[in-house]
Ligand binder design. Sequence first.
Ligand SMILES: NC(=O)c1ccc[n+]([C@@H]2O[C@H](COP(=O)([O-])OP(=O)(O)OC[C@H]3O[C@@H](n4cnc5c(N)ncnc54)[C@H](OP(=O)(O)O)[C@@H]3O)[C@@H](O)[C@H]2O)c1
Length: 342
Amino acid sequence: MSTLKGKSAYTVAVVGATGAVGEEMRDILAERDFPVGRLICLASERSEGKTVTFRDREVPVERLTERAFAGVDIALFSAGAERSRAFAPHAVTAGAVVIDNSSAFRMEPKVPLVVPEVNGHALAGHFGIIANPNCSTIQMVMALKPLHDAAKIRRIVVSTYQSVSGTGQAAMEELFDQSGQVLNLQQATPKVYPHQIAFNCLPQIDAFAEDGYTKEEWKMVHETRKILEDPGLQVCATTVRVPVFRGHSESVNVELERPLSPDEARALMSAMDGVVVIDDPGRGLYPMATDASGSDAVYVGRVRVDRTVPNGLALWIVSDNLRKGAALNAVQIAERLVAAAR
Ligand SMILES: NC(=O)c1ccc[n+]([C@@H]2O[C@H](COP(=O)([O-])OP(=O)(O)OC[C@H]3O[C@@H](n4cnc5c(N)ncnc54)[C@H](OP(=O)(O)O)[C@@H]3O)[C@@H](O)[C@H]2O)c1
């Protein structure tokens, strides 16, 4: 079991350091001045010999192996669930705390699934692995937590508009390439996605389950219940990939146990750490992916009454999936662990 106590600087490993989330992790560790004594950058054998930047310095990329975690205090994993399942236990055995961005451990009862502003208390008593939730879930629970505390949410209906960076580097290249192909009247060639993503919307994220929902949709259901500690919460999700490079948007309808006016909801969400309300439709002001891209907050707007259910509200939630949806949330977890060890 790891110990972070008594240290002023930490050896941090980023697993998947060459990827979209890994790059953001390196940037955010530097931006927030996380006490990194040494950064170990791990990726596949394809990246051996490459370097990546951290604090204006070049860091060599090493191959992910079982022995790569000697001396590591904190391991930030973002290299896919298969790598997390195979290597996170070795990191823990070597004495590291693992903060895992993949879906590998999220629903294991003993693994805390944490958004620090929402359920930071769940970090206490972890067993070496802490899971970072799915990007779409993080931004939704950030906005909904204060409404749930004030008026108890019974039911959530959410439709997502998820950017291609949520799938990683190769998907961003695919949107770029296909956009060029379509504008040049050529046939778009799908490789990462099952269909053309340029100038299109794909109502499929991850594989379909037998009931017709996708795994991404089920992640939103189960993860929301676990983070809000409400196993009876009803959640119906439709997750859609859209031709946006960065920033996920969500249309959310909630049914509450007690009434809340839009003004009350805006005030509650504005008071939530990490949430910013932008809601002045008369002046054309509402959150958009282009504005959220590159920033840390979860943005909420278009708050209005949903008259189709008792105590209903409708809202629009936008955030940068690579930052609060992944790397920032992971680094915030690491910050909490370090603060608790001091
Ligand atoms: N993108 C998001 O918004 C987001 C949000 C939440 C969670 N996540 C999760 O974060 C993880 C990474 O996502 P991403 O978007 O950064 O993907 P990505 O851009 O495709 O990067 C994948 C990273 O994993 C590494 N990797 C792949 N196969 C490997 C192997 N066999 N051994 C070692 N390293 C390997 C890659 O290294 P090479 O460069 O050497 O191939 C690369 O560094 C996934 O689990 C994803 O579900 C992503």
